[in-house]
Design a protein around this ligand. Sequence first.
Ligand code: ADP
Ligand code: ASP
Ligand code: MG
Length: 605
Amino acid sequence: MPLIVQKFGGSSVANPEKILRAARRAIRAQQEGNQVVMVVSAMGDTTDDLLDLAAKITDRPPAREMDMLLSTGEQVSVALMAIAIHSLGNKALSLTGAQIGVKTDASYRKARIKSIETARLRKSLDDGNIVIAAGFQGIDDDFNITTLGRGGSDTTAVALAAVLRADACEIYTDVDGIYTTDPRVVPEARRASRISYDEMLELASLGAGVMHSRSIEFGKKFDVPIHVRSSFTDQPGTMIVADPERPDLPVSGAAITKDEARITVQGVVDKPGASLEIFSRIAAKNISVDMIVQNVGESGRADISFTVPQTELDTALEAVREAAKIVQAEGITSDANIAKISVVGLGMAKQTGVAQKMFRSLAEAGINIQMITTSEIKISVLVSRERAQEALRIVHRAFELDRDPQAGSQLPRASEATSSKDASNNANARNEIAAAVVARLQSMNMEDLTIDDVSLDSSQARVTISGVPDKPGLAAQVFEDVAAAGIFVDMIVQSHPSAAGVASLSFTVPKDQLKKSVEAATRIGQSLGCKGVTSSPNIAKLSVSGVGLRTHVGVAIRMFKALATAGVNVEMINTSEVRVNVVVDGTSGDRGLTELQSAFADVLR
Ligand code: ADP
Ligand code: ASP
Ligand code: MG
């Protein structure tokens, strides 16, 4: 019998009427011949209310007791849902995370799922019940209740769909799918019919609160198609699957991380190990860092800037102060009043001119870009918080994300394009994948980091323009001129302006375009009043790719550590959900690769 997982978010179970509505939907799915597992969140704002209650007693509650408290929200919902289904004349059984056997590690408030028992779920389903699982919670080895982090019910749902090898995983929420950006901020945002796991992972971790990013990691790792749809209508929503909606378009979504903070460690002695010292101390506090940018240093010293969630700023600063003494930094600055705007798209990896379009649109509105980092499938910029929502809207418009891309969406969907022979081959392939998934589930913790590849790219060179004045429009001008010279740019990094109010702008280009690039950069630098141009003809880009790179805060640290031990200095870095790239001196490429391969040997699949 087909099995379907249906998850209902807080707003979809906010009152008794909504609970009954969700109950009817599950009953209908069962009557249509499915076994049904429901995953439910706490009602409405319950989790926020519980947090407020604790905050009225103390601002430092023990994490274990917070999880004990927060888990009650979901327990109320599962019980009421079971009561609702019974009242409608059907069989239902509610279960807490502990009763199901959702085993997690012991990191309260951010616990990761290690394994999920299926025996009791299967038996209850076979007895004809609709099984109602509490989202967001589990139990550690010592039977302590744990929670998975805000929004974690999505992760419970996709994880259950993975272990039960469900035929469908439906996420019912208060929007009718995934939009090109948050429709509450940009009303002209458009619903996508489909989005790839990689794009959704980026968007989720960059602020699109619609899905918990770890749920997408599960989807990708265990091949679970996720259907995000409205709990109030029967309209089809958005499928989150392997392939993007429009591979030919450079950008498929935009996101805003409103509550971001920047830290700059000034005048760090530029030698291997400095970054490691700083970031390992932050990672030890389980804080994830983004947008790491090193200002290529003068007189052997560099500024290292990065962003952390605003709520973690104080804790991160504590860690940075300790590290600053050891790396002999000259100072620390921070800014809690910034936001990060990002655009994401699998298609941008193969196109030119994407970054400059974003920079130009912001320049025209007079919005200053404080920092830039790019990865293969995303571009992030830092702007002041006051102008962030406006910036999101401007960027959204610049990439015409409000337009219906139907015209070009004639690409056959995999299912339509296949013959029956292909279809049976596909079915076999799927069964093989499923068997492999089960084998993998038994051999490891479900949310462990997995690395697919460690690689070296020696085909690029670096150009740096230093002393770039901190004014709107400079980045746009530089990259328009570079593009006009026919140069293909890969990584872009703009540092936070130094104490003297100037930034450095670095980018990588194919080696055979270096001469042309330096000429262009020199010309541009002079016309814009920059200080000078330096370049490195021989750089090596080392990359680690896999699943869980950003939610596992230790990945960049492992890289820094391996490279520092081998005496290799990191010149540039960029991180995304699926890949961390570091640029090092070209003569260290092979050595760096060997070091990284052994540093990640235990998680390489
Ligand atoms: P639930 O309670 O069902 O888990 P959430 O509040 O966690 O729902 O997520 C739904 C909300 O996510 C929407 O109301 C919407 O404002 C917000 N959101 C942010 N970014 C996006 C996006 N790209 N597409 C759709 N919704 C988004
Ligand atoms: N109730 C939890 C929260 O509000 C989990 C969830 O809704 O997904 O974060
Ligand atoms: Mg949610």
